[in-house]
Design a binder for this molecule. Sequence first.
Ligand code: HEM
Ligand SMILES: *[C@@H]1O[C@H](CO)[C@@H](O)[C@H](O)[C@H]1NC(C)=O
Ligand SMILES: *[C@@H]1O[C@H](CO)[C@@H](O)[C@H](O)[C@H]1NC(C)=O
Ligand SMILES: *[C@@H]1O[C@H](CO)[C@@H](O)[C@H](O)[C@H]1NC(C)=O
Length: 319
Amino acid sequence: MALSSMTFAPLALLLLLLGSTSANLSPNFYASSCPKLFPTVKHVVQSAIAKEKRMGASLLRLLFHDCFVQGCDASLLLDDTSSFRGEKTAAPNNNSVRGFDVIDKIKAAVEEVCPGVVSCADIVVITSRDSVVILGGPYWEVTLGRRDSKTASFSLANNNIPPPTSSLSNLISKFAAVGLSKKDMVALSGAHTIGKARCINFRSRIYNETDINGSFAKKRQKKCPRTAGSGDNNLAPLDVQTQNYFDNDYYENLINEKGLLHSDQVLFNGGSTDSQVKTYTTSPGTFYRDFVTGMINMAAINPLTGSKGEIRKNCRKIN
Ligand code: HEM
Ligand SMILES: *[C@@H]1O[C@H](CO)[C@@H](O)[C@H](O)[C@H]1NC(C)=O
Ligand SMILES: *[C@@H]1O[C@H](CO)[C@@H](O)[C@H](O)[C@H]1NC(C)=O
Ligand SMILES: *[C@@H]1O[C@H](CO)[C@@H](O)[C@H](O)[C@H]1NC(C)=O
């Protein structure tokens, strides 16, 4: 009896501590400390998207690239300095992730109404939700209470964020490594219903792959020359139908072999995720529900809570 309680007490404590990280996140976290938080964020996101539609996509993507590296801790937002290498120039991010100026504007507006209270990590979470809603996608309640890291990881940014050349099994394992399921992966990939990609990331697909619609490949080849190095940064929409509208077209494109990235089309090419893709083409409600679940799960990856980390004053640098 005495022996078993001695054995199990530390285990119970450990379970309590592990459970407490996401249990500490709550929709009401800033209810009294920053009651104007939600309208303040939404206002800035709205005007940024009104100015440039693509920005909604860019802001949504920030959550993915932040949360896959050390968890959702705003590590992505830290600028490089002469003595600090952050994540912004890692391969998946360099010349690609954008929207940092909008995050700065949101942070400044939030600091105006409640200085020193709201983390940059939570701002990224709220901003991603607002972007989806503004572009016509589903609404969901976000949980808050994350704190900001004092570190970043260039190497984890390179290792954890899957490249567009990924096979289906690589995608599944990169998501599993951060605790997300295959189902989450397929639903979250539906984010590619908005935004753009650079030629360098789809060149080999449009010239060399066979599971691609011929007229679609030709259309994309017009602004993406075959020769490596030429037109690398030319942009094309990820969703051939409605690049500024958050809908389920992405999955219809896959069924028609019009996925732009290799990593898009592998979700529908005879493998274990075909049936989920098919379901989303006929049931947008199921896609929205699973996407929201995926976003909530992704936003819960390894948050800093309690007295860990800090509340940054400026999202680009540690205090
Ligand atoms: C499944 C693995 C994924 C891979 C391999 C992948 C890869 C990519 C690539 C290569 C681009 C184009 C970047 C460029 O050419 O500069 C891109 C864009 C984008 N990704 Fe993903 N992605 C994945 C999952 C996700 C997830 C989970 C989200 C968010 C929930 C997301 C949101 C976006 C958005 C919105 C864009 C367009 C951004 C813009 O226009 O600025 N992606 N992704
Ligand atoms: C990031 O991109 C810039 C501009 O293309 C390039 O000069 C630099 O070498 C890249 N950084 C890394 C770490 O690859
Ligand atoms: C297509 O594949 C061939 C053979 O693997 C390769 O040499 C070539 O560079 C590829 N072309 C493009 C545009 O990726
Ligand atoms: C490819 O896409 C075009 C344009 O949407 C369509 O007319 C054509 O039937 C498609 N080709 C095949 C083989 O499905």
